[in-house]
Design a protein around this ligand. Sequence first.
Ligand code: FE
Length: 206
Amino acid sequence: MLAAKKKVAHPHFLWYSKLEWYVKRSFSGMAFLSFFLMIALSACNEAQLPTKTAIRKTMTKQHQSANPYYSRTDTTRLNLSDAVWKQVLSPAVYDVARHGSTEQAFTGKYWDYEGKGTYFCAACGNMLFRSDAKFASTCGWPSFFETVRPNSVLYRKDLSFGMERTEVVCGRCKAHLGHVFDDGPLPTGKRFCMNSIVLEFEPDKS
Ligand code: FE
């Protein structure tokens, strides 16, 4: 049998293989660069998405501009008709603030929020709570152990649903905020169980 002829690459094929290798390497480089750019661009897009805090701020500003009775400095008590409140509040805030509805547990925007700052009444701007008095409660609603000032809120006896509870309303506009219970932590032992929808949070300026 004849020995198999040893294959020797033709010079032309060697030159062609080198070119092919360079082209392939260039393509790999371009593909890698494109992939890197795509990642970088998508990261930029993500960075432009509004944060939860930005959404809260926007909602607060929109709400305040539609409500001429809203003030964080005027402490004059408000005595407005239900029709006026319906006109100046959003339907969701009006429903809780003026008709005592309760938002579903674990759904409000502040029930597990831990930001440092101050909580105001969403209906009138009255200062209600400091974040220092907020504690992690398992009830599903934002809970505080004390108000900013003793007259920040007013209390009413609530006998609805066959229970005897103490209703908490805003000290300036009498908006329904929630209820207070005696099972809170020290130093007060109180648990102000509030509806997130009637609260507005303002972060501390660092
Ligand atoms: Fe109020």
